[in-house]
Write a protein that binds this ligand. Structure first.
Ligand SMILES: [Zn+2]
Length: 83
């Protein structure tokens, strides 16, 4: 996990209203601390508010560094939802 400056972290948390930006689960109901996730993996993207998402660890692990996946119905490469 990379370093995110406190002010930038707070900006993302406020934008997200302290909810996971993928599933909207509230941080206040989570046993685990939410994380700052790079929407486009850090090795390809920047550490900016636009490229960071507040998310719960479960959602972060499920997405990983992927940007999309194959749609099981169409077989088409489909980008993930960008919060
Ligand atoms: Zn989530």
């Amino acid at each position: 996990m990379s370093y995110v400056a406190a002010a930038l972290r707070q900006q993302v948390i406020e934008r997200a209203e302290s909810k996971c930006e993928y599933c909207l689960f509230p941080q206040s109901l989570s046993f685990l601390a939410f994380e700052m996730e790079h929407i486009i993996a850090e090795k390809h993207g920047a550490t900016t508010a636009e490229n960071l998402a507040l998310d719960r660890p479960y959602c972060n692990r499920a997405k990983g560094t992927d940007l999309g996946s194959l749609d099981p119905e169409t077989g088409q490469l489909t980008p993930f939802f960008n919060p």
